[in-house]
Design a protein around this ligand. Structure first.
Ligand code: HEC
Length: 145
């Protein structure tokens, strides 16, 4: 009985951790409602794939694998600009911690304790963050695998 119980909870834990690693694009679409006052996802042709007219933040198309702070024409804060200079590309894990606390993230990533982040919004729930990243990825080039 107790062995069975242990096996059960172990597989639940496995499920939970792989869900966080992967993210769920369908749930992420709802999470994106919290981003769209400031961000759109629009492809190279200018077609808006998510959001409406949020322009306070940069277009998030293809954000996974993109160099941080590199969207053309956007006026980034010094933290993301320093990451761009260093050629640091976003991966999903970095994005989850950035979303939880943009200022702490850019300070740690750049080693500059005074680096500033212009994104005032925080998404502390790591699952929501993984989901919204999966959603944005699903709209981006070479997505869906
Ligand atoms: C209140 C406006 C606002 C909201 C809401 C917001 N952001 Fe941002 N976001 C910004 C701004 C402004 C920047 C540029 C930050 C800088 O230059 O330091 C940014 C930057 C980013 C970046 C870095 C982009 C790059 O080119 O390197 C990512 C990724 C990002 N936001 C994702 C999100 C996601 C996902 C959400 C929703 C969960 C969200 N943001 C919600 C304003 C916002």
């Amino acid at each position: 009985m107790s062995v069975k119980y242990l096996g059960f909870s172990a597989s639940i834990m496995l499920l939970a951790s792989s869900a966080i690693a992967d993210g769920d694009a369908a749930s992420g679409e709802k999470v994106f409602n919290q981003c769209q006052s400031c961000h759109i996802v629009a492809n190279e042709a200018g077609e808006v794939l998510a959001g409406r007219n949020g322009r306070q933040g940069p277009n998030l198309y293809g954000i996974v694998g993109r160099i941080a702070g590199s969207y053309p024409g956007f006026r980034y804060g010094d933290g993301l600009l320093a990451m761009a200079d260093a050629g640091m590309a976003w991966d999903a894990e970095m994005l989850v911690s950035y979303l939880a606390d943009p200022t702490s993230f850019v300070r740690e990533a750049t080693g500059n304790k005074r680096a500033k982040a212009k994104m005032s919004f925080r998404l502390r729930n790591a699952q929501d963050a993984a989901d919204v990243i999966a959603f944005i990825t699903s709209l981006s080039p070479a997505a869906g695998n």
